[in-house]
Structures are given as structure tokens and as C-alpha cells.
Design a protein around this ligand. Sequence first.
Ligand code: SF4
Length: 335
Amino acid sequence: MHAAEFCHETPDGKIQCDLCSHFCRIMPGRSGICKVRSNIGGTLFSLNFGAALSPAAEPIENMPLYHFMPGSTTWSFGAPGCNFTCANCQEWQISRQAPDEPGIPFTPPEVVVENALRAGSRSISCTCTEPTVFAEYALEIMKLAKTAGLRCVWASNGYMSPNLLEAVGPWLDAVNIDLKSMDDAVYRRTCGARVEPVLGNLRRIAASGIHLEVTTLLIPGHSDSPGMLERLAGFIACDLGHEVPWHLVPFSPVISRHMRDTPATPPASLESAWTIGRKAGLWYIYCGKAHSDTVCPGCGHTAIERRPWSFGQPVVQLDDNGRCPSCHASLSIKK
Ligand code: SF4
């Protein structure tokens, strides 16, 4: 067990965890919503420090990040716990796993970095579950990774506290944030959270210079209404930037934690959302095979061609400055 940072005592004898926007006030003997931070005898402990899950070398495109070091390999991992309780969770078997479950080895931060280097990765990615709830572990790894010349990535639900974002920001090179809806009611109903902290963090990240991409899962009847998607695409375009890539992902009931009776997202919904994004002025919208390539918004040249993941790396054609090889316009790509 690792004593938690990002917390403080409250006058009523509890400890408030300051890692995420739930700001749980935890009494002795109890845990926070994420189940991986416990008040034991008046000290808050991070129970998942060192409990790296699902470590693997994989394409950075899987995060998904399409405009950050395209074609490179990243070393990805997660840790038990999540601060959301999404009914549609596709990683529920590990996000709900107890951190002290037998079979989860302790992996020191330096070993994570050594493994990443040995695999030829150019970055490490905190993903699979929610990096916010293993932030102390992630931070130690990120500091070592930077020293070793690796870049650092988070795939997150964006619910970290502003304080945590300020603390990890200097070590973060790229993030993909899941923006599930613009409706607070949907966040409350499906994830047990609120939308406003996510929107606030998205604005902070966009203003920080950290590379940002956004993902939205289209769940039929929950997050696929044209009106909501117009507001969401408008928010990305106006508040974050026209150049911020937007990934549209179909819902699948087969791998969902609950919502097994909700139908899969029909292809027509993805196509309709793509059109909504274009009307809002977004330059890069990705969904399915039909919209997986990076096309220059200036001249229409296909600069990055993405094959299905199982068939290997994307075909990247950029000039020496990471721009369109045809007209040399910026494609908002970080090499
Ligand atoms: S990380 Fe969030 S959910 Fe977990 S204890 Fe801290 S405030 Fe609560």
C-alpha cells in the first residue's frame, strides 16, 4: 500500500480525496467511489499503486490518438479501479477488479519504463481503466519515462480535479478524453458523474498545449441524438478548436457491463454524427472504415491511410515538418 497524495483532512475527522471531481470525504475504514483509495486509521492509501494491468505494446492509434506520433508503438497499461460506474463499461472486468486480488503482480515504476523501452515503444500510455485513480503510480512512471526519452499519454474520462490536472500537465504530452454527452442527466444516469467538470478540464487541456483528441461513444437512446451531437461538436469546434480530432465509436452490447438489451449503434448513426461534425466545422472526424484516413483540409490529399488494425501500421505520408506532403498545410500532427 502506498500513502496517497492529493488529499487533506476535514474538520469532521474524515479525509477528503482531491484526485477527482467527486472529492470523496472518506471516514476511517471506508473507501472512495473508485474503491481503490481507503482511509485506514486516519491515513488515505492508494491501494492500486504498482498494480499494473494489461501491459502491452500496441499502436498509438488504439488510444485512440491519430494525430500524435502516427504509426508509433506505445506501451500501454492500466490499474484496478474507476471513478465512473458506467453501465456500458467495456473494461469492467479490470476496472472493478480488487487491487489486492491474487494474480496482480507488483510492478515497480522503473520496471514499467524498462519494459516500454525493451518493446521499442516511443511512449507510455495510462489507459484501459482510469489513470486518475492511479495518479500517484502514473506520475512516478511518467517522470521516469520522460528521463528515458519517452512521451507520456493518458486516455481518460476527464474527471480529474483541476489540481491533479495541474500536477500531471507538465509530464503529459497527449490525452484522449472521453466526452460522453453534453447532457448532465446522461452523465448522472449512466456514469454516476457530472458533465461540467469534464467540460472544464477539456477547456484547460486545450489551452495548455497538451495534444488533445476527443472520443464519443454513440449509445442508441442515450448519446446519439442529433441535437445533443450538434451541441457536442459545436463545443469541440468553438471551445477547443476546429483542429481537435473527434473519434466516433459504436456501442456494442456484447462486451458491455450492463445495457445488454440496448442495440448496437447502426452505421447510419455514425454517418449522421460524422456529417454533424463536418457542419460544425471540425476538420478531423474519425469513424469506421469510411472515415479512418487523415485527409488534408486544405487540398484534400490523403496524408495518413489507416488500414484495419490487424493489418498493421498506417501508411504515413508527411513532409519533414509533419505537414501535408502535397500543399504543406498543417495537419495538427505532433511527430
Ligand atoms: S479518486 Fe475520485 S472517486 Fe476515488 S476516492 Fe478520490 S475523489 Fe473519490
